[in-house]
Write a protein that binds this ligand. Structure first.
Ligand SMILES: [Zn+2]
Length: 455
């Protein structure tokens, strides 16, 4: 009897050890999720970046400080191979800007020049406006119909949980100036790509079409777009005076900042990140300090306490807004074995769905129950592509991606405006993101599975 009790006790002891050491991936990611929900790292990073660096456009002195900030934070968190990779950009720095209606109802307008826009001549441009309530109406206007005019597009952006309203109107900001210039316009104004109703304009990048005259371009606040609609409706010619100044420099330096948690199979790389550059009006909290904070904090958690099999690499991309960092990163890294990739660049609000990569989906089976309390569903459709910084690398390498889909309902109230500030970020929602990213990263980094589509 005594002997059998002893044997039972011994057996129990022997069993207890291995059970703890061989915690299943499902159990590990439950613990990881719960730790992430109160982990201070993401908020501390975001608070530090917005407070100590603030706005940080690519090629600006502030971005150099942001680079040093990123290097120091990654090192302090224990990342390895921490370094910055320099690449050239054409920088764009805002100068004095001003706009007003001069006749028939004189009053000032709130605007921000679009990134990449040329300056107005000294003394500005004053001309009659032609308002298009839809971008398609501008595209339908005949050649020569805007000669000597300022073209204005006042189409409203639609609010949507998935942020799809932005893509639907993006061309009006990106390409509107050249479309207006083709038809003879001397300047271009676009209603801010925003769902808010404040008088803060929302910046953003634009591009000139080769072979078309370059004209100055700016975004007006959403109430000012309504105001111009109302003035024009009265039937008299409305004139606007516009002054835009900026300085642009070719071959300005920018940096992608990198840190790794090397795996036992170091050449298999899981690449995650956000972008470190931001627009200049706010402090770049939701765009994209949040993405930097989420992915750095999640990688930090997923790489502990044991070394993962695969390397988890965090990249803080240096020039997303003017669309340079993705191409630079791809050119330098397309020969590497990127086994999985994703970028966080939709603010800090809750994730509501995830699209998994096309292959190896069984690896992620434990996520369904782990994500349920976070109110994240596993989408039936597979991930396609990713953010601007990783798309060129995906195109070049075919690297499989995953897409966390965040609630973007209020993202475009703040995006690219002076209101993109720390107070708009909810620490609880930020950590919901960290929990989801950490759980997924842990499973992927401790697996041998390929996530590519089976041939
Ligand atoms: Zn962004």
């Amino acid at each position: 009897m005594k002997q059998s009790i002893l044997i039972a006790a011994l057996a129990a002891t022997l069993l207890a050890g291995p059970v703890v050491a061989q915690q299943s991936p499902a159990q590990t990611i439950v613990a990881l999720r719960d730790k992430a929900l109160t982990d201070p790292v993401s908020w501390d990073l975001l608070e530090s970046l917005t407070t100590e660096i603030g706005p940080r456009p690519a090629g600006s002195p502030a971005q150099m400080r942001a680079r040093d900030w990123g290097l120091a934070k990654l090192r302090a968190l224990g990342f390895q191979n921490v370094h910055a990779e320099e690449f050239p950009v054409t920088s764009w720095e805002r100068g004095v800007e001003f706009a007003e209606v001069t006749t028939p109802f004189p009053q000032k307008l709130a605007l921000l020049g679009l990134g990449g826009s040329i300056s107005t001549p000294p003394g500005g441009i004053e001309a009659e406006i032609v308002v298009f309530k839809a971008y398609a109406d501008l595209l339908a206007a005949p050649a020569g119909s805007l000669t000597g005019k300022i073209a204005v597009v006042t189409q409203k952006m639609v609010r949507a949980q998935d942020g799809s309203g932005y893509g639907a109107i993006n061309a009006a900001r990106r390409a509107g100036a050249s479309e207006a210039a083709r038809r003879g316009a001397v300047a271009y104004l676009v209603r801010s790509l925003s769902t808010d109703d404040t008088r803060l304009p929302h910046a953003g990048a634009m591009n000139y079409t080769a072979g078309v005259a370059k004209i100055p371009a700016a975004a007006i606040s959403t109430p000012d777009a309504d105001l111009l609609d109302n003035m024009v409706r009265r039937g008299k010619p409305v004139k606007v005076k516009l002054v835009l100044n900026s300085i642009s420099r070719d071959n300005a330096p920018a940096w992608n900042v990198v840190g790794e948690i090397p795996g036992t199979k170091p050449d298999e790389i899981i690449l995650v990140g956000g972008h470190l550059d931001s627009w200049d009006a706010g402090t770049g909290a939701i765009d994209d300090g949040a993405g930097i904070a989420i992915t750095t904090a999640a990688a930090h958690l997923a790489g502990q306490p044991n070394k993962p099999r695969r390397t988890i690499r965090v990249v803080m991309f240096g020039a997303e807004e003017m669309d340079y960092s993705g191409a630079a990163y791809s050119a330098a890294h397309k020969a590497e074995n990127i086994v999985l990739i994703s970028e966080s660049d939709n603010g800090g609000d809750n994730i509501w769905s995830v699209r998994l990569p096309p292959g190896g989906r069984e690896v992620f089976a434990p996520l369904a129950s782990v994500f349920a309390p976070l109110k994240i569903n596993i989408a039936a459709d597979v991930a396609v592509g990713g953010g601007d910084d990783i798309r060129p690398l995906i195109t070049a390498t075919g690297a499989p991606s995953f897409n966390f889909r965040q609630d973007a309902s209020r993202y475009f109230d703040l995006h690219h405006s002076a209101d993109d500030t720390l107070d708009k970020v909810d620490p609880k929602q930020l950590n919901q993101n960290v929990a989801a990213w950490a759980a997924l990263l842990y499973l992927a980094a401790n697996s041998d599975q390929s996530f590519r589509k089976a041939p």
